[in-house]
Design a protein around this ligand. Structure first.
Ligand SMILES: C[S@@+](CC[C@H](N)C(=O)[O-])C[C@H]1O[C@@H](n2cnc3c(N)ncnc32)[C@H](O)[C@@H]1O
Length: 277
């Protein structure tokens, strides 16, 4: 497929906020109007329109829909493994949990199996509509990650908040907004678990991305097709500024790195909501 056709496809689905893939109103509206029996097929097709989710690969011998079912199974298996390795040791059965930037909900549905209640939020209305169809669970609620959507999550009512494959796409300003929301929702003594990207010689910093004035650089910056490297110290500073303490940054488990197609520079940040903050 030519790059300009791909570009046109993404443009038709982008929401107004930065990095908002599948953010257009017509996506949830279309999925709601479809007969129940064909919603899953169309949700998977919609997800294949976005580079953040099922990036359109060559289906080879398979039909498009057969290939999307394979991608669905890969996504479920991979996020379940990440859940087992990283989240299960942190989560407890009676916990109420927040997934920040849940995308199509693979990790959320896996984590929901081991806790009492899971809220999963994202800025993309299309990703949320697809998640509700392909990854539902009785104790799982999908929400818009804005002030209105997050009203459903009780302030100080969350035992643990986590975020995977999100923070590295956010500017410092947006990262701080996410941290402020987590700080408001997570109860004192509750946990924060973030998958992050440390800076190395490969990953440009936010300032370096901003200095790239080429059309390609600007588009990648606007639509989150980039990763920002941040130093461990910078992550620590931002997280502590928003009321978290006992910050630990650990290298990614090699098994998890494999699932995420991870790089040497990826890491996990664990922190605790300060008791008095
Ligand atoms: C690469 S996907 C990761 C999805 C999921 N966490 C996973 O690991 O499978 C990144 C997600 O972050 C979401 N996102 C980007 N900026 C966000 C923000 N400010 N608040 C909430 N979600 C955001 C995107 O819409 C997208 O669904």
């Amino acid at each position: 497929m030519s790059n300009s056709f791909k570009g046109l496809k993404y443009a038709l689905t982008l929401g107004s906020d930065p990095q908002n893939f599948l953010g257009k109103w017509w996506i949830p509206s279309l999925l709601r109007r479809l007969p129940k029996g064909s919603r899953r097929k169309w949700a998977l097709r919609v997800l294949s329109l976005s580079p953040h989710y099922f990036f359109g690969d060559d289906p080879g011998e398979r039909t498009l829909d057969e290939n999307l079912e394979v991608r669905f199974r890969d996504g479920s298996r991979s996020r379940k493994k990440i859940c087992d390795l990283v989240l299960r040791p942190v989560l407890r059965e009676g916990d109420t949990v927040l997934d920040y930037g849940c995308g199509p909900g693979f990790l959320a549905v896996a984590a929901a199996r081991s806790v009492k209640k899971l809220y999963a939020c994202d800025i993309s209305v299309g990703a949320l509509a697809c998640a509700e169809i392909i990854n539902p669970a009785p104790n799982l609620e999908y929400l818009r990650a804005d002030d209105n959507g997050l009203k459903a999550v009780p302030d100080g009512g969350i035992d643990a908040a986590y975020s995977f494959a999100v923070i590295q796409h956010l500017t410092d300003e947006t990262f701080e907004r996410v941290l402020a929301n987590c700080s408001r929702k997570v109860k004192p003594g509750g946990k924060l678990v973030l998958h992050i990207q440390l800076s190395d010689e490969v990953w440009k910093t936010e300032d370096e991305w901003k200095a790239d004035t080429s059309v390609k650089g600007k588009l990648k910056f606007r639509y989150g097709l980039h990763c920002f490297g941040r130093t461990a110290e910078h992550h620590r500073e931002l997280v502590e500024k928003h009321g978290f303490t006992d910050v630990k940054i650990e290298p990614l488990d090699p098994e998890v790195a494999k699932e995420l197609n991870g790089t040497q520079a990826e890491a996990m940040l664990f922190a605790t909501r300060a008791l008095g903050g």
